[in-house]
Design a protein around this ligand. Structure first.
Ligand code: 6PG
Length: 227
């Protein structure tokens, strides 16, 4: 199932997406796993979320992708998540290991083991995703090796254009989730969003090929090219 929610502004998007996430977290029987998107779009949603009255005690938070930078680096998704949300709530926050001579392709299997323990054989409950102008999601970039991964749930990946190292959830993980919520705002994302909804093969368009329910939460600018 694919559901599209369009909001007049990015602020409306942030507030409504936070309320939707809170509803899902609060509706959980006991444990709840929440994968956070990186980048800049989700910041406002995370700030709105931390101010809502939610029982975070049974929630495990993880990262749908991470840049291969030190944990306190300004480009770190984990740092962004901590500053906007996880430092302010009682949920457990699991970040990929980083340090010393560790390479990204050593951190990925270690984090994969952490996630297997967090999921404990259950589907991930909710994974938040963003979308790049090139229609990438998480760190599943067009033309990158991780797009083809079907055996592992989390891997190191390389951005073809720049050689930048990333860590990312793979399609098997995203497809196994109960629900995916995509947060997208801004006119620059309109062509990729149109392509995704028109069935043009691209990384974000493939997220609905599994069992997960997919909800899009976008602003009017990002939706401006949808027919
Ligand atoms: C990252 C991401 C990535 C992000 C998109 C959109 O590490 O960059 O997780 O998938 O969601 O690039 O980024 P913006 O929200 O900054 O446009």
């Amino acid at each position: 199932m694919m559901e599209l929610n369009v909001y007049d502004t990015a602020e409306d998007l942030a507030g409504s997406a936070a309320a939707r996430i809170a509803e899902l977290v609060d509706g959980a029987e006991d444990r709840f796993s929440l994968g956070l998107a990186g980048g800049s779009t989700p910041r406002a949603t995370y700030v709105a979320l931390r101010d809502l009255s939610i029982d975070w005690s049974g929630v495990d938070i993880w990262l749908s992708d991470e840049r291969w930078v030190p944990p306190d680096h300004e480009r770190s998704n984990g740092r962004m998540a901590a500053e906007t949300l996880t430092d302010h709530i009682a949920a457990r926050f699991h970040r990929p290991p980083y340090g010393g001579s560790m390479m990204a392709d050593e951190s990925a299997p270690a984090y994969e083991a952490t996630l297997e323990s967090v999921f404990a054989g259950r589907p991930p409950d909710l994974v938040l995703l963003g979308m790049g102008e090139d229609a990438h999601t998480a760190s599943l970039f067009p033309g990158s090796p991780a797009l083809e991964e079907r055996g592992r749930i989390y891997v190191a990946n390389t951005i073809p254009e720049t050689g930048e190292q990333r860590l990312t959830a793979t399609y098997p993980l995203l497809w196994s989730a109960r629900r995916l919520i995509v947060l997208t705002a801004g006119e620059s994302k309109a062509p990729a969003l149109r392509d995704a909804f028109d069935g043009v093969p691209n990384p974000i368009g493939q997220i609905d090929e599994g069992d997960a329910e997919v909800e899009w939460h976008v602003d009017r600018a990002a939706a401006s090219l949808l027919s």
